[in-house]
Design a protein around this ligand. Structure first.
Ligand code: LMR
Length: 328
């Protein structure tokens, strides 16, 4: 027995000496908070699959959906500690790292996703990807989800309907100001808690995209959804500067290429789901979808738009103007 062990050990060291020992692949843990059947969930899985096809044995992507590994308020800290290598938090969740990304939370800034795309792909939009560099993070690209809608326990047609209601928001002061503007109470809570907060009536409403409202079943516990399209929910795919710098150049190029392809795929999923998931919610008859008349919508714009001025100094007027001009 002992002899056999010694022989095996000798064979192993001979292999190592000959340089043929197989190195472990570099592991990219990709953590996110949404379901797999969402734009971000599909993008992350596509990225994993492309890397498996092209870099097998060299790089491996492990995806952790549904806040399994880290909740949205912890993931960036964990990334800086090296406990996770990639994530795509909503642009609303970067306020501890940069002021400028607050731009994307301003209510009624973008008319549609085409305008969002034009701005994000412009020089000014691309520059914002590096706004988190000083904090040790690297922005690798934007990913779409879509426009947010308001869900609530009672119908919201005009801003006065939201008065004194409690809304869950992401960790963003702009979003807090947006709900304060309609005399509602905003509560910053992690995404993983939203369903229970709604179900137990600890809160009255929340804002999210059709795909998040559908995949997390918010529509089953919110009898009304107002199609307000009042704000944007988009993401930035991020990694840590340390991880990115240590990745060998040839692999980095391949990883970035696969990621860009996965993002393009995710953006297409986002476009499709903004229509399909809305329809599934309507078909379920669990929640009434309320369309706003132009006059009703104008009231929301009027009360929420002063939020822009409040954050102008932090975000920069030039940036707000550039984003707004992308609507043309
Ligand atoms: C939310 O917290 O509502 C969203 O950011 C979740 C997500 O990542 O889409």
């Amino acid at each position: 027995m002992k002899l056999r062990f010694l022989t095996a050990a000798a064979a192993l060291s001979a292999l190592v000496l000959a340089g043929t020992a197989v190195a472990d692949p570099i592991v990219i843990k990709f953590s996110h908070v949404v379901a797999e059947n969402t734009p971000k969930g599909q993008m992350a899985n596509k990225f994993r699959d492309l890397i498996a096809e092209r870099l097998a044995g060299k790089v491996e992507v492990k995806v952790f959906p549904n806040s399994q590994l880290f909740g949205d308020n912890k993931v960036l800290e964990a990334m800086l500690l090296g406990d996770v290598q990639m994530a795509a938090p909503s642009l609303s969740k970067f306020s501890r790292y940069t002021d400028s990304l607050q731009l994307f939370d301003l209510p009624f800034l973008f008319r549609d996703m085409a305008a969002v795309d034009r701005f994000q792909q412009s020089a000014a939009g691309q520059k914002m990807l590096s706004s988190i560099n000083k904090k040790g993070l690297v922005g690798l690209g934007y990913l779409h989800n879509g426009m947010k809608q308001l869900s609530a326990s009672s119908p919201l047609r005009v801003p006065a309907d939201a008065k004194n209601m409690k809304f869950r928001i992401m960790t963003s002061d702009v979003l807090a100001a947006q709900f304060e503007a309609v005399d509602a109470t905003p509560l910053k809570k992690p995404f993983s808690e939203v369903f229970t907060l709604l179900q137990t009536k600890a809160i009255d409403g929340q804002e999210n995209t059709w795909s998040n409202i559908y995949s997390k079943k918010f529509f089953e516990v919110q009898p009304y959804i107002t199609e307000s399209n009042h704000g944007l929910l988009d993401y930035m795919v991020v990694t840590s500067a340390e991880f990115w710098m240590d990745l060998p150049d040839d692999l980095k190029g391949e990883v970035k290429k696969a990621l860009d392809e996965a993002i393009a795929f995710g953006n297409k999923v986002a476009e499709d789901k903004s229509v399909a998931d809305k329809q599934k919610i309507i078909d379920s008859k669990r929640s009434e979808v309320i369309s706003l008349s132009p006059a009703e919508r104008a009231q929301w714009v009027e009360v929420m738009k002063p939020v822009w001025k409040k954050f102008e100094d932090q975000i920069g007027k030039d940036l707000i103007d550039a984003a707004y001009n992308s609507n043309n």
